[in-house]
Design a protein around this ligand. Structure first.
Ligand code: ACO
Ligand SMILES: O=CC(=O)O
Ligand code: MG
Length: 352
């Protein structure tokens, strides 16, 4: 049976000379993680402009990068770190490396940390199966941080995209103080679970509930259900327990903006902080969805104002408010304040 680390050791750097891990996650608005294929020079060149709209720019080295372009993608990611000052626009810079058992993982991590470690905020690790994967990456990154004299710890973000990973999600979230968060990877997860779909996220017309038959034989109403509800709920609970962030991942039907928006909305309501954008069209959707609605923020502010110490019971617009709804309101107002600090238009809309 595995044992947890003693509390006093948990936050110790894993290599002499490596920076101490964060005790609290840095407060960053991360409504969308925008995927860039770094081997395509024309697309990579747009990263500076996209960084003005996106909260996070991610250089993708894993799936969607052809085998013969893996080295070019890695070199492209390093070029992005050199060519663009993402921090200057308050934009996060992340990289998704190849998975642990691939021929590229070791060189991906070694080069990224030693050559771009001071620019890189987060390494996204695909196909994480259990805490052992995090422990290995954690130790390796610490050694490389020490070697390259990196001053600020690079965080780890795991993709939840295998059945085994879902089984172990709580242990993955708690495996290291380097953990930033988890993204749901519905495409690989569907394959791992032998789900019979070829879609990347979203609903499926075969997955629905149907009304009972009518005596007159008239058409029965049916509604599609959310295939990802169970996994998102499990992921959000595991992330919140560990004090890290949950994200919905990719939505692959690039042309179906309505379905993308709905998938993102479900994730936002259930507790996710953001989602991936694969195409520039998805950036605005994520920005709108993962910013709380203006009327919700104004109502939440009313609750906080009516109950300054967060206790008691009040009626506001016919609705009962107490300590629990005060906490709900605080979640919304705190997020709105973070967004307002980054976005002046939203600040005035929210009334800050
Ligand atoms: C299951 C998973 O692992 S998901 C994660 C892996 N997948 C990815 O990372 C995919 C990332 N996205 C892409 O590669 C592309 O968006 C594709 C292949 C999906 C679609 O690309 P296209 O067919 O070229 O899209 P489209 O023609 O609509 O592009 C419009 C413009 O946006 C640009 N663009 C498209 N995607 C991106 C992007 N991710 N970032 C920046 N610019 C982009 C195109 O270069 C094009 O520019 P142009 O008008 O100057 O020529
Ligand atoms: O990597 C993402 C996925 O859906 O698979
Ligand atoms: Mg995947």
């Amino acid at each position: 049976m595995s044992k947890a680390k003693p509390p006093r050791s948990f936050f110790k750097p894993l290599a002499i000379g490596a920076p101490a891990p964060f005790r609290e996650l840095p407060v960053n608005v991360e409504r969308m993680i925008h995927f860039v294929p770094p081997h395509i020079e024309k697309v990579r060149a747009k990263s500076g402009d996209i960084a003005k709209k996106a909260d996070v720019i991610l250089a993708n080295l894993e799936d969607a990068i052809p085998t013969d372009a893996k080295e070019a993608a890695r070199a492209g990611a390093l070029a992005m770190a050199k060519e663009f000052d993402f921090a200057a626009t308050g934009t996060g810079f992340w990289a998704r490396v190849n998975c642990l058992n691939s021929p590229w993982f070791l060189d991906d991590v070694t080069e990224l940390v030693t050559k771009a470690g001071n620019q890189l905020d987060v390494i996204m690790l695909p196909k994480v199966e259990g805490p052992w994967d995090i422990h290995y990456a954690d130790q390796l990154i610490a050694q490389l941080e020490a070697k390259a004299n990196i001053k600020r710890p690079i965080m780890l973000h795991a993709i939840l995209e295998t059945a085994e990973g879902v089984q172990n999600v709580e242990e993955i979230c708690l495996a290291s103080p380097r953990m930033h968060g988890i993204s749901l990877g519905p495409a690989d997860l569907a394959a791992s679970r032998a789900m019979k779909t070829t879609r990347v996220g979203g609903g499926h017309p075969f997955y629905k509930v149907i009304e009972d038959p009518h005596a007159d034989g008239s058409a029965r109403a049916a509604a599609q259900q959310d295939l990802w509800h169970y996994t998102v709920a499990k992921m959000v609970d595991a992330c919140c327990t560990a004090g890290i962030k949950a994200f919905y991942g990719p939505f692959g039907d690039i042309a179906d903006l309505d379905a993308c928006e709905q998938q993102f909305k479900n994730a936002f309501l259930m507790g996710c902080a953001g989602a991936w954008s694969l195409h520039p069209n998805q950036i605005k959707i994520a920005k709108d969805v993962f910013s709380p609605a203006i009327d919700e923020v104004l109502f939440a502010k009313k609750i906080l104002e009516a109950m300054p110490d967060g206790s008691g019971v009040h009626m506001i617009d016919g609705k009962m408010q107490d300590d629990a709804t005060w906490k709900q309101a605080k979640v919304i107002v705190d997020l709105a304040k973070q967004i307002a600090a980054k976005d002046h238009d939203m600040a005035s809309a929210y009334g800050f």
